[in-house]
Design a protein around this ligand. Structure first.
Ligand code: MN
Ligand code: MN
Length: 465
């Protein structure tokens, strides 16, 4: 049955029907997106932890003319500065022609990702195997972390204050680490556990060695051999684990997915995808009207508490200092500021359609997702952007031909989650969540669409003006 032409026209002008990006952009732009994503994949492989992300971000910034911020310093329009917050969070700023007198433009992403951390006294031997005890970080489905290659990243801090950096398992010839799982033959009882406890927290033990130090009958000989190796390689003893932050992350590299190579699978798209795109958008900004600030926060995956998370004052203090240098009250600069809380959202997955409500879910390849509210249980724990600010961002995206979509994090009362948005909003800043839709979010192998990644970059660029 053919549709009346007039009806079709009416529908086109009155209905809201988001389309696949490839129907909305040129072949050149698709090529540009693919090129952009090659560099993004490189960043993913180099910066798997918050500490490594800070190093990469600041190295990129320095290459692009940024210098370390000096408190109380006088800065002129076009000056580019960075702040390194304890090696685990960072901020870049480009001073605008109007400074912060009319507020700053903030993009706030996070650079920590769910992972498996070592406990403070982790090393033990059992049945002639050496293992590490762990405590997972952030929301993980624990069973997904067994039987995959893991790499060890992090630092030991010794009592003399020296820091020993560890990154082992990333190169092909380096050893990997693993969490073992039961064979199906003996997994019948385990198989009766609910999926959430199929692997329990105290079962996330890391296998790290199996050969003894010597042939004596002394106990803990395998453990001794591991400590000997660690001592030779890093100069540490067992007590140095007490002041260490050591993190197990998937050892695999980012890779294309699909015959058409349209997607990228990697560990930690959440939220290095927004960190990278907002970073590039600040590096590529000219001299803006309003001061631009890109924040790369730690601790989001555990609730943003702590002095490197956005529930602390580190960003607020920076903006107050910038305001003070301009003879302005800090709170005035903040209340005039606006922010894109740059974080991922759950993409609709046709294999699990029941958890999302299709009219309000985000989809791969429909562009950057704008999330007015996150939270759970009747919009609790969310700042819920105002219609006015949502309208402003919507207009900005439309004006700049940026393909975007709306998306909420799951059906009503299905679950939910939060971002840094509310912590920034609580500083009296206008904030809305924008980001990239992700499949298999919080798994060791998250998947995104290349075209969506590029749209995120373009959106941040347009926001920065
Ligand atoms: Mn996130
Ligand atoms: Mn997350």
């Amino acid at each position: 049955m053919s549709e009346n032409k007039e009806t079709k026209k009416m529908k086109e002008s009155l209905f809201y029907t988001p389309k696949h990006i490839s129907k909305r952009v040129s072949a050149e732009e698709i090529q540009a997106a693919d090129g952009f994503c090659e560099k993004y994949k490189g960043f993913l492989d180099k910066a798997k932890t918050e500490r490594e992300a800070v190093k990469e971000i600041i190295a990129e910034a320095v290459k692009n003319g940024f210098s370390q911020y000096e408190k109380g310093g006088k800065y002129a329009p076009g000056d580019k500065i960075y702040v390194n917050n304890r090696g685990k969070a960072a901020m870049l700023a480009v001073i605008g022609k109007k400074g912060v007198s009319e507020g700053a433009k903030i993009t706030a992403s996070h650079i920590d990702s769910p992972r498996v951390d070592l406990k403070q006294n982790p090393l033990y031997e059992d049945s002639e195997l050496a293992l590490f005890k762990t405590h997972y970080y952030g929301g993980i489905k624990k069973y997904q972390w067994t039987a995959i290659p893991l790499a060890l990243h992090g630092v030991f801090v010794k009592t003399d204050g020296s820091v020993v950096n560890i990154k082992l398992g990333e190169n092909e010839n380096e050893p990997k680490f693993a969490i073992t799982d039961l064979l199906p033959h003996l997994g019948a009882e385990q198989g009766k556990r609910p999926l959430a406890s199929g692997i329990k927290g105290e079962e996330l033990n890391i296998l790290i060695g199996s050969r003894p130090f010597d042939n004596s009958d002394e106990g803990d000989n395998i453990k001794l051999n591991i400590l000997k190796i660690l001592n030779e390689k890093y100069g540490v003893t067992e007590s140095d684990f007490l002041s260490a932050e050591l993190e197990l992350v998937p050892a695999h590299k980012a890779s294309d997915i699909g015959f058409d190579k349209s997607m990228i699978a990697a560990y930690g798209h959440d939220d290095r995808i927004c960190a990278y795109t907002s970073l590039m958008a600040v590096l590529d900004a000219g001299t803006p009207d309003k001061t631009l600030i890109a924040v790369f926060a730690d601790k989001e995956e555990v609730g943003s508490d702590g002095n490197t998370g956005l529930n602390s004052d580190f960003m607020k203090n920076f903006i107050w200092d910038l305001a003070k240098a301009e003879g302005l009250d800090g709170y005035e600069a903040l209340s005039r500021s606006e922010c894109l809380s740059a974080d991922v959202n759950a993409a609709f997955d046709p294999t699990f359609p029941d958890v999302l409500e299709k009219k309000n879910a985000s989809f791969l390849n429909k562009g950057i997702v704008v999330t007015k509210y996150t939270g759970a249980r009747g919009k609790a724990d969310t700042s819920d952007a105002s219609a006015e600010y949502t309208g402003k961002i919507r207009a900005l995206l439309e004006k700049n031909n940026i393909v975007w979509q709306t998306g909420e994090l799951g059906k009503v009362d299905e679950g939910g989650g939060g971002t840094v948005a509310k912590y920034v909003a609580n500083l009296d800043v206008d904030v809305i969540d924008v980001g990239v839709p992700v499949l298999s979010m919080h798994s060791p192998y998250e998947i995104v669409s290349k075209l969506d990644v590029y749209m995120a970059y373009k959106a941040f660029l347009a926001f920065n003006g």
